[in-house]
Design a protein around this ligand. Structure first.
Ligand SMILES: NC(=O)c1ccc[n+]([C@@H]2O[C@H](COP(=O)([O-])OP(=O)(O)OC[C@H]3O[C@@H](n4cnc5c(N)ncnc54)[C@H](OP(=O)(O)O)[C@@H]3O)[C@@H](O)[C@H]2O)c1
Length: 264
């Protein structure tokens, strides 16, 4: 029997790159998805050489219409059966809502929400026919609160958490064999924390960030263990617990003041 196959979106950088490395180390063949084909080719070459697995590069812009459907069809055409889907690709835009471009905000909703939903739908259906599969969706600690100056991003992540937890329950109750998890990292040391294309920079001390590798490890471990919501790291777990003690109104005020103070 051949290796299992994992498809990772946003595999060219950050947390996605670490997901790819961890899954390759576990013997999964990989389908690597992101926009930058040259970066994906480098990752593919490195991981196949290091772990002796097969990598297929599928450069895709998930903000394009029908991108998820096209990607799904490409994996079908190449007889790639996806056993583990990691919906990791995501965009962030920081700043005052009306000063940010509407087109950028819509692109963020398309990638963070619509593409993730479509890929979940297409691959979950396929996995359910085989009675086996894992889907790991990237939410965020931002999913647990409203965040002024990052309002659309936080709302997309609230969607991912709610959608994934409900889907996890549906799949379990139906004995589909499909496990669905939402991973909720806090600040993580990737390009996303310092990307001039993503609006204002949020100044966070490096010691407040987890490494992308630790976040990805926690996500894969939690998903394989069947957890529907995974919060990586002790500090993030504590933050998630504290958040629940506040009313939404008070929490929004506190978070808004923190973001206004720390956004450069
Ligand atoms: N970093 C954090 O603090 C943090 C915290 C909580 C949650 N998260 C979530 O974790 C996930 C990964 O974030 P990260 O920090 O690793 O970000 P990152 O370093 O900026 O990487 C983002 C990845 O997504 C890909 N991507 C972006 N737009 C895309 C598009 N239109 N189509 C296809 N791929 C696209 C990028 O590759 P290309 O540029 O090659 O397309 C890249 O591989 C995101 O969903 C993010 O919201 C991050």
């Amino acid at each position: 029997m051949g290796n299992k196959t994992a498809l990772v979106t946003g595999a060219s950088d950050g947390i996605g790159l670490e997901f790819a490395d961890i899954l390759a180390a576990q013997g999964y063949d990989l389908v690597l998805v992101a926009r930058r084909e040259d970066k994906l080719n480098e990752v593919s070459e490195k991981l196949s050489r290091t772990y002796g697995i097969n990598c297929t590069v599928m450069a895709t812009d998930l903000s394009e219409p029908q991108a998820a459907q096209t990607l799904f069809q490409r994996t079908r055409d190449q007889h790639l059966q996806v056993d583990f889907l990691v919906n990791n690709a995501g965009l962030l835009h920081n700043g005052f809502f009306t000063e940010l471009s509407l087109a950028e905000q819509e692109r963020m909703i398309t990638v963070n929400v619509l593409a993730l939903t479509a890929l979940s739908h297409l691959y979950a259906s396929d996995m359910a026919t085989r009675k086996k599969g894992h889907i790991l969706n990237l939410a965020s600690l931002a999913a647990w609160m409203a965040i002024p100056n990052q309002n659309v991003y936080a709302a997309t992540k609230a969607y991912v958490l709610s959608f994934s937890q409900a889907l996890a329950d549906e799949m379990k109750a139906a004995n589909s064999g499909v496990v669905v998890s939402a991973l909720c990292p806090g600040y993580t040391a990737t390009k996303m924390m310092d990307n001039p294309d993503q609006g204002a920079k949020l100044n966070i001390a490096p010691n407040m960030m987890m490494s992308a590798k630790d976040v990805a490890e926690s996500g894969i471990k939690g998903c394989l263990a069947g957890q529907s919501a995974i919060v990586p790291g002790a500090a993030n777990k504590m933050t998630a617990a504290i958040i629940r003690l506040f009313s939404k109104t008070l929490l929004t005020k506190l978070v808004g003041s923190f973001y206004r103070k720390n956004m450069g």
